[in-house]
Design a protein around this ligand. Structure first.
Ligand code: ADP
Ligand code: MG
Length: 236
């Protein structure tokens, strides 16, 4: 079976003045369709950098990214924008909700960004219905008119998950999605992600430094010294 998402030989460095600081030194990774893979590694090991490169939020210095066997990292700016909007959904540690929009409006943001205001206005009833369905699914049926400041951390992350799902992505990329939550809310968010992975066959990459969380994934890979290695409980 061919991989859904594949990285080949990714290299990325940052520069501190004249000093090269290598972060990724040749990362190879294959994710199957519907797989939930956890990426672990120490703080600063390059987990976010890798996730951003896979989702086209950042680019590597070297190497290739494939989605459904098609190379995507070298696509045109416009094609990359479309992929970022349609193929990938992103979830961040600090939610990145817009404070001046309600939960329901936040969920619809990808449509506004991806299709433009006029197209959004033409379809707004359907958009609103879709957004409400997603809020229902993540357990926020009655929170649509609330602003982020009126939601708990767990609720904000649920709204962010609904937003990530809004464009019907194939791949969900989550960067420490429970990192800012207390353990109970974190557990609930993880259960939600796990359920969404199963029921929608969503391919998911979950960055975390929490081994408890990582072990609920189908597979765990560890970033260490700029490369990924398969991790198994036997190695712990
Ligand atoms: P992680 O998510 O595993 O904590 P990151 O991918 O955020 O790690 O960062 C990996 C390394 O790259 C860190 O040493 C970090 O300081 C450095 N880094 C990340 N982003 C930048 C940037 N924009 N400019 C310079 N250095 C960066
Ligand atoms: Mg990070």
């Amino acid at each position: 079976m061919s991989a859904h998402l594949k990285a080949v030989g990714l290299k990325k460095s940052y520069w501190k003045g004249k000093n090269e600081v290598p972060v990724l030194r040749g990362v190879d990774l294959e994710i199957e369709r519907g797989e939930l893979v956890a990426v672990v590694g120490a703080s600063g090991s390059g987990k976010s950098t890798l996730l951003h490169i896979l989702g086209l939020l950042d680019s590597a210095d070297w190497g290739k990214v494939y989605l459904n066997d098609k190379r995507i990292d070298d696509a045109s700016e416009r094609a990359r924008d479309r992929l970022r909007n349609r193929a990938f959904g992103f979830i961040f540690q600090f939610y990145h909700l817009l404070p001046e929009l309600t939960a329901l409006e936040n969920v619809q943001m990808p449509a506004l960004i991806g299709n433009g205001f006029l197209s959004y206005m033409a379809n707004r009833a359907a958009m609103k219905r879709d957004a409400q369905e997603l809020l229902d699914r993540v357990g926020l049926a009655r929170r649509g008119s609330h602003y982020p400041s009126e939601l708990s951390g767990g609720e904000m992350q649920r709204a962010a998950i609904a937003r990530a799902l809004f464009g019907r992505p194939e791949v969900l990329l989550a960067d420490e999605p429970t990192g800012n939550l207390d353990s109970k809310s974190g557990e609930n968010v993880l259960t939600l992600l796990r359920d969404l992975n199963r029921e929608r066959g969503l391919t998911m990459i979950l960055v975390t430094h929490d081994m408890q969380i990582a072990q609920q994934a189908d597979r765990v890979v560890r970033l260490c010294e700029g490369r990924v290695e398969e991790w198994s409980p036997a190695l712990a």
